[in-house]
Design a protein around this ligand. Sequence first.
Ligand code: NBG
Length: 821
Amino acid sequence: MATAIKKPLTAAQFKKKVLQHLNFTSSQTDYQQDPTAVLRAVCLTVNEVVYEKLTETNQYHKEHKSRSINYLSLEYLMGRMLSNNLHNLDLFDVAQKAVANLGFEIEDIFEEGHDLALGNGGLGRLAACFLDSLATMDFNAVGYGIHYEHGLFKQQFHQGRQIETPDEWREYGNPWEVCRPEAVQNIPLFGHVETIANTDGSVKKVWHSGQTIKGVPWDVPIVGYNSKTVNVLRLWESRASSHFDWEQFNSGDYQDAHSAQNHAETISKVLYPNDETDAGKELRFIQQYFFCACSVKDIIKRYSQQHGNDWSQFADKVAIQLNDTHPTIAILELMRTLIDEYDFAWLDAFAMCRKVFAYTNHTLLPEALEKWSVDLFNKVLPRHLELLFSINEYFLNEEVSKMWPGNDQMRRRLSLIEEGETQMVRMAHLCVVTSFKVNGVAQIHSDLVKSDLFPEFDQLYPEKLTNVTNGVTPRRWLKACNPELSKLLDSKVKVDWAKDLSSLSSVAKFADDEKFQQKFMAIKHNNKIKLAEEILASTGVEVSPDAIFDVQIKRLHEYKRQHLSFMHILALYRRLLADPDYDMHPRVYIFGAKAAPGYYLAKEIIYAINKVADKVNNDDRIKGKLKVVFMPNYRVTLAEKIIPAADVSEQISTAGKEASGTGNMKLALNGAVTIGTLDGANVEIAEEVGDDNIFIFGNTVDDIKALEANGYNPYDYYNNDEEIKACLDWLHTDYFTPGKPGELSAIAHSLLDGGDPYRLLADFADYAKANIALDKAYKDKARWARMAIINTAKMGKFTSDRSIQDYVDNIWKLTPMSSQG
Ligand code: NBG
């Protein structure tokens, strides 16, 4: 199993197959004019290899009755698939040659592909990295999610403001997915519960649903890197169960005949575009239930195919990971199924759930901790609500009251139901109570989950709360996106670093080697030239690859503090205006970020950055020392272009707010040096690279707590720091928005009268100071090269393979294919 896989096709064979697909699948003989047709034919060719391996993988796990991990996530940010699949199958060179023979550059063919953007940000991209690692490490895993018709919106800027347009990723089909009619599920919703008395005095509950939705699965194959495995990502699409009402249609009521179908199909129509916060909408709740119910039914079906009606091994064979609280209803669905459909006793069903589910927490932000009203639950899922109440009763009486006898306050605090004007269900509490493990996503975050978020639960269940630090796949985030650097690393590292990332640490010994430094930095420079071209094409701004490329790419959120960097840009601009010879190496600030469409201040921040960019980029007085670009439509594919070209990685969230971050890992892996706070995984990155190779600044979690205990007042900073005052006052003028004073005031308001909720002003001075140190370090070429090399060399810990191994060892207890014999 572990041996290298032999190339399944030669370039000549590959080309022949592509031509066959062009001829016989697409009937496209005039392909020279049609790179899209070539892309499709190449994908179909790759699929021949992929599906053969998928069949073998399935066969193997069937024979071995392998334990499986079932990853439930409402989001998967897959990006494009072709380049990744070619690398993972070791067919990249073959395909490149074959396509060149047909008269195309492989990169141009890639450009024809759509991103699978079925996610918002970190959480969705993490799920995608985990699927890559699970397949690479030969684990039996299925990802479950929703087949959204529209993924994350496309972003454009109109006079500096964000405009959203729908994402049409599969308008003309998606070559990577296959529909599985044999695995369709029917999902009941609404209705009421009937209580039927049995002759023995017990009762049976029967849920009479008001509507049934059909769940149609689409499978996207997940190809492991240099492994035997192809797993699947199974995405559910909703359809009306009775497809079309012909009777109604024949009676002339055309509109109504359609409406049930439209209503049902709405469920998988669109991804909710909120990153950390939740909309709390009925449709979102139904989305969650729909996909959980389809997935639980599918998991049970797969199990039954091997074990029939013998439930004794279920918990040994099945683990279900909940990616945040979004799929929590899966717990109640399994409870319901076991009790109502398989006659389990309540306690046995509950015990089973507690052996099967594990939950990952991805944020401490209170607004992101999901709550659903009891009324909504009752309307959509009346039977599940009953079960929820029964779990709560058991939990409060048998566990909370035994641990804290007579403590009603504790019962109220821990209850699965929040009492108030409207009763709300606390989904995170249900997760913690019913899961066998709960993990945070970086050490500092997991510590805060224990100490600040769930301290009582940690007392109640001492072994349950744990940490698994996030990671990223080095296949996509180094090998595929940065081919030149990958080749350089290949020349120095004897083993396959893409599968064993810690082996890169051996490169650290070349950190002071002048020749190696030159090669490393020449690659960075080339990548910067390419990005400069992309910047020119997408923003019209010309930037010099000799400048520092300072990158901040992530969702737009106040806690991530893009506006801290923005404030610092204003400060630099002021310094340059006051003294055009102000000593700084030229710097290009590169932003990429989408704001949730309803997030007012986030959109104002985008607007402000764009307006300041217009001014700064066209101001000859500052001699091109400062440039600012906001690249539109940030997404996985754009990240793959920006990251290899970054010199500086901005990771400047308020300490305690960013659970982990994963962009921080990708950037450092590609030789960018971090300027960041002691937050999320930055803390562990600093431990790995050492203090000399990172710029840490700002208040720590404890400092922030102390600041708040003393009564935080942003005006203290405004009144005492001339630069802060000048920059904030500037925003009220029309300097950046001629004729329209005050257009950028919203940021200043939020930082002053709004109380500066993310303590930006408290970190400003130290951030500015760290930037001076950074500027100085960059001017020393050898020193900077050393820092960049060390960053790449020391990222071994942050491969998602290590994260998955941690999950496997501490939570899932799986055995890979290779070790099962
Ligand atoms: C995000 C955190 C990030 C973290 C990713 C992946 C959500 C709700 N949370 O810090 O903000 O890296 O999850 O764990 O998207």
